[in-house]
Ligand binder design. Structure first.
Ligand SMILES: O=C(O)c1ccccc1NCC(=O)[C@H](O)[C@H](O)COP(=O)(O)O
Length: 224
């Protein structure tokens, strides 16, 4: 492979990934198809953003192939999660409830797909308990899609987890750069911060994408 392409690939691997969560309308899909985040989330748990499996399947068919659809669940039966993975409605799983290590292992083994385990942070103590989790990624959150920022003084602890993590909780275009600088997360995940009057907003999605990409470029310049 030519060196220029190799360098481009390396850069793409290094850049902070983005997940836009809680899509429920065809308009939302056209916004993300334009902005092209790495992941989007369909919430199957009880929520104002909840989608039915058939609705998610229809939205997924409209989604650009490069974007990974993640199913967001709270204490759902593993069989139902696996059904949605096997029929292609989702390609990865995010667990927000009291799911056990056994359930996480089962979902990964049966499907071969990635599992993200959400951990609600109230102080740094929750982090240690999940260090050995078999989940592919942790997702550090202040709530459940309610725009709650947790105490960012745990950034150093999060970085020393030795496990890639999604950072979530009250992110928006204004605090994205600071989040990238402090945490150096694998990915940023957000929902409320790209909404207006309770629905996804095209301009806010584009602004967020731009803010994260810019923060990534600044970090690269500092590293050079
Ligand atoms: O978004 C929901 O309504 C939701 C409901 C139940 C469990 C999880 C939920 N969302 C999970 C997410 O991935 C959100 O993007 C994440 O919590 C951040 O949300 P926000 O603070 O609003 O950006």
């Amino acid at each position: 492979m030519p060196a220029a392409f190799q360098e481009e690939e390396k850069q793409a691997e290094r850049r902070t990934k983005i997940k836009i969560c809680g899509l429920s309308r065809t308009e939302d899909i056209s916004y993300v198809n334009e902005a092209c985040p790495d992941y989007v989330g369909f919430v199957f748990a009880k929520s104002r953003r909840q989608v039915e499996p058939s609705q998610a399947a229809a939205l997924r068919r409209l989604l650009r192939r490069e974007i990974c659809p993640v199913g967001v669940f709270v204490d759902e039966k593993p069989e139902e999660i696996l059904r949605l993975l096997f029929d292609g409605t989702i390609e990865a799983v995010q667990l927000h409830g009291q799911e056990t290590e056994e359930q996480i292992r089962l979902i990964r083994q049966e499907s071969g797909k990635k599992v993200i385990k959400a951990v609600r942070i109230t102080d740094g103590r929750q982090l240690g308990a999940w260090k050995e989790s078999s989940a592919d990624y942790l997702l550090l959150d202040g709530g459940c899609g309610d725009g709650k920022v947790f105490d960012w003084s745990v950034a150093e602890k999060a970085k020393s987890l030795g496990k890639p993590f999604f950072l979530a909780g009250g992110l928006n275009a204004c605090n994205a750069a600071e989040a990238v600088r402090l945490f150096e997360p694998y990915a940023l995940d957000l929902s409320s911060g790209v909404e207006n009057a309770g629905v996804k907003d095209r301009q806010k999605i584009l602004d967020f994408m731009r803010a994260v990409r810019l923060a990534g470029k600044e970090r690269e310049n500092c590293d050079e």
